[in-house]
Write a protein that binds this ligand. Sequence first.
Ligand code: KG4
Ligand code: ZN
Length: 335
Amino acid sequence: MSDQYILGIETSCDETAAAIVKNGKEILSNIVASQIESHKRFGGVVPEIASRHHVEQITLVIEEALEQAEVKFSDLTGIAVTSGPGLVGALLIGVETAKTLAFAHSLPLIPVHHIAGHIYANRLVSEMEFPLIALVVSGGHTELIYMKEHGHFQVIGETRDDAAGEAYDKVARLLDLPYPGGPHIDRLAKEGRATIDFPRAWLEEGSFDFSFSGLKSAVINMLHNANQRGEQLKAEDVAASFQESVTEVLVKKTMIAAKKYEAKQILLAGGVAANRGLRERLSEAVQSVGHLQLVIPPFHLCTDNAAMIAAAGTVFFEKGIRADLSLNANPGLSL
Ligand code: KG4
Ligand code: ZN
């Protein structure tokens, strides 16, 4: 079989990204133009600003991805693009660009679900072994997914309110930390002690769902009450206690799911997979179970990028999944 070169395009939120991946596993280029600086002063992603940046950046980013990989359009096997979920105006820029390029160069167009992309970031690091459980934790998602083979996704648990990353960003805001707050809380947590007993939302027996809004309210109340008493809580201790509460629930539920589904691997994915506390705690838990393997992508593949979209796109391409020019951005796309 000849080599496959897939161009991946990702514009679902605030990163304009393009990448070339060879045979679904080897990154030849991975260009990410981050807009974080433009959104920072608003404390979150402003959809209008995101779309405008994507329009400005997308062609440059794709050109750079091809140039760095030393690949021409005529070498490509197909174009994979995130078609959802995400911000509709942001997704549209990627989808329309991918459609135009696929049409102009007579290339197959492959639609990719953003979460499938996050999961497949792991294939750029290690071979996937099935059955597996993927824990996807990002700014918009917290999901436990059971995969029995390539391209098969069964959501067995999800958040009922805030996503894990969203909770991190909101608590960071309460502590006057800059956006995105996850990495700042992570850093502070390392310096603090988990002295505050914040709640853990286990939900009903056997449920793999998550809930983080109660925890967020508990942090708000704790800070408010301390303020009223004229007490100064140490931000490091609040961060460490919050992180402890989030990671304990994420890790325990993931381990129970791995046991129930007789998983050979646990994959960690999404922006919050960059969290040191979560990585450490999950590594410890997995080490105590003999046959189980943990795969965690390096930091730059945990946050939004297009190499993960190209990696997932390669698997979908092999399964014969194609989109025609009627492909539309779908902000609420389900896996
Ligand atoms: O996957 P991602 O780049 O974008 C989405 O698809 O949402 O995830 C971004 C999220 C943000 O909420 C950010 O605060 C969080 O990932 N994040 C972290 C860390 N690094 C990024 N959260 C906790 N600890 C980190 N080290
Ligand atoms: Zn993401």
